[in-house]
Design a protein around this ligand. Structure first.
Ligand code: SF4
Length: 360
């Protein structure tokens, strides 16, 4: 049974909120997106932070904003250039959704983010958490923003022992979080809860003895904080073996634009699943319209996505001419350095660059 509400001897919701805010006001990380109220900048930071650590986001955030200083600049950016700016942050679908949302904001809202939770939630790439974060931080709307960090804090504080992730538990945590939002400082509270989750109530070693709400934290008092939240078992990752083909001709290498959902729109080297036999790989290239001779293996690389692992064997091929390939381009070392290629093919790109620069 999940128990909610205030038990005798425990903090009221208001006291919880005040304690968290007082702790936050007493000192927190100085992150660039906390120095602004500009909805556009806050939106960009929240999208970047969705699957990337704050420390990594810091180095991309200012550079991205210098290049795309407002919604209109983002809406009209060439997609290839935008994806290049996103390189290193991963999860490229975020960049594509960001641009789609920017186009909607220009068309429907005159280039200004709407100060409305439902309208924000309807934009591409913006879920409940991000809508709540933008609404509270940028517009002062008393909306809760529940991400994994906040969920962890609340599950521990209330000693929720059910598996999280079910719609029922999710709804209860959302309602609990909403009840805690102070009408006067919703943005500061959203930041304070995220700070709690990131620095105090951390996944592996919560610093309970320093925590501002430890005296009423049921998870801490009952000694089970570290075991919470209980998560459903992760699905096993699927392993995909792929041959990555570096095909060289006339000082150039062949790249192709990926059409699949995963890494869609990005350039990669041609690859072939579950095949390593050189003559079979040559036959695949022939079907693409490229006559090439096998030139040996270049090494192995591994890339882990959320649910899939790519085990990649990289092979070199030499073609006589740069034949036309649908969705393909033959690029020099210089072009290869500036195109948006995903981190997954970083090792292959390094091999290709070395070979092109060596003039082989
Ligand atoms: Fe988290 Fe420990 Fe604080 Fe409870 S006392 S909220 S478990 S850090």
């Amino acid at each position: 049974m999940v128990k909610w509400g205030v038990m005798e001897g425990f903090m009221s919701e208001e006291n919880f909120t005040r304690s968290i805010l007082a702790w936050y006001d007493g000192g927190h990380r100085d992150l660039p997106w906390r120095r602004t109220k500009d909805p556009y900048r806050i939106w960009i930071s929240e999208i970047m932070l969705q699957q990337t650590r704050a420390e990594t986001v810091v180095s991309y955030y200012e550079r991205f904003l210098a290049r795309y200083p407002d919604v209109r600049a983002l809406a009209s950016a060439p997609q290839e250039e935008l994806l290049k700016s996103w390189e290193g942050l991963g999860y490229y679908s975020r960049a594509r959704s960001l641009q789609k949302a920017a186009q909607v904001i220009v068309e429907r809202y005159g280039g200004e983010l709407p100060a409305d939770l439902t309208a924000l939630r309807a934009l591409p790439g913006i879920g409940d958490y991000t809508a709540g974060a933008i609404a509270s931080i940028a517009f002062g709307i008393p909306a809760a923003a529940v991400d994994g960090n906040v969920e962890r804090v609340l599950c521990r504080y209330d000693a929720v022992t059910e598996e999280v992730g079910t719609p029922a538990v999710r709804r209860k945590i959302a309602a609990r979080a909403q009840a805690l939002v102070p009408a006067d400082r919703p943005g500061a509270f959203a930041n304070a809860m995220m700070e709690m989750g990131a620095t105090m109530c951390t996944p592996r070693s919560p610093k309970c003895l320093l925590c501002p709400v430890r005296e009423s934290c049921r998870g801490f008092l009952s000694g089970i904080a570290q075991e919470l939240p209980r998560k459903p078992k992760k699905k096993a990752q699927r392993v995909e073996n792929r041959a990555v083909l570096l095909v060289f001709a006339g000082g150039r290498v062949l790249i192709v634009r990926r059409e699949e959902k995963l890494l869609g729109g990005l350039y990669v080297f041609p690859d072939v699943p579950e095949e390593r036999d050189p003559s079979a790989l040559c036959a695949v290239l022939e079907r693409l319209g490229v006559e090439a001779a096998y030139d040996g293996p270049l090494g192995h690389a591994r890339h882990v996505f959320t649910h899939i692992v790519w085990e990649m064997d990289i092979f070199a091929f030499e073609a006589q001419t740069c034949a036309d390939v649908p969705g393909g381009r033959w690029v020099t070392a210089q072009e290869l350095a500036t195109l948006p290629l995903p981190t997954a093919v970083k090792a292959a790109r390094t091999h290709a660059m070395e070979r092109l620069r060596a003039g082989r």
